[in-house]
Design a protein around this ligand. Sequence first.
Ligand code: ADP
Ligand code: MG
Length: 258
Amino acid sequence: MRTIAIMNYKGGVGKTTTAVNLAAGLSRHDKRILLIDFDPQGNVDVSLKVEAEYTLYDALTGKVAIQRCIINLAKNLDVITSKETLVKAEHYLTMQETTKALLKDLLGGIRGYDYIIVDCPPSLGVLNQNVLAFCSEIFVPTSSDFLGYDALKKMKEIVVKINEKYNHHSKITKVIPTLFDRRNKICRETLMEIKELFSELTSDPIRVNSKLKEAPKYGKSIFSYARSSSGAQDYGLLAKNVIEMETIASAPLIEIVS
Ligand SMILES: Nc1ncnc2c1ncn2[C@@H]1O[C@H](COP(=O)(O)OP(=O)(O)O)[C@@H](O)[C@H]1O
Ligand SMILES: [Mg+2]
């Protein structure tokens, strides 16, 4: 089972869009997926029109077993959602002795999936510490502009530091340039710079596509909403590419980021 955090401390770079559509894309390749929203302002529930009786917060605080938070959404696609109460979880986690590994303990018993994908909040607080303790891979969506590139460089340094500090072993295994517009010089230059920094870990870019913005309004993934859009093509390709990585991902952990 691969555990992937969709993480960038910067907001608005396409984390939720990537988490939702990558999860949907992988499930269409017969991979069993659990998508977890770990953002207190998370929009996974809205994006996919899920109404959950129990959210992640209820499980984190011991109110219900984690299994009761899992909702089946489509063939091969299950979801655990979050809502604003997860902000309280930040406080709750800080009060616990084993703060950094609570999510790991909670999700450690979950079986039967090929992928667990976690949509992360745009911060580096205790919530994301927990995600890093649980996930072995980090995918970083990054906007294809100068500020996005700058944040990406910082993310690289931050992951190394956090791993050292807490003895985590999560690695950046994919960088996903988002909001890409080929006509825009800055986008083209930024893509080249990202490739220089992350070489083969850089995915093909996800182009700007208004259908990606519209799909959440209808509670659909891009594949259900606009099958022939460039957004569906790009996320479809990303899903294939992620599956192709499976042999590498299952190999013993190597220091990909140095
Ligand atoms: N490739 C894209 N083309 C057009 N709009 C996009 C694209 N990716 C994301 N968006 C839009 O940008 C906004 C921020 O995306 P989101 O995935 O919510 O980012 P984050 O989770 O990093 O804050 C949303 O309105 C989303 O619909
Ligand atoms: Mg988000």
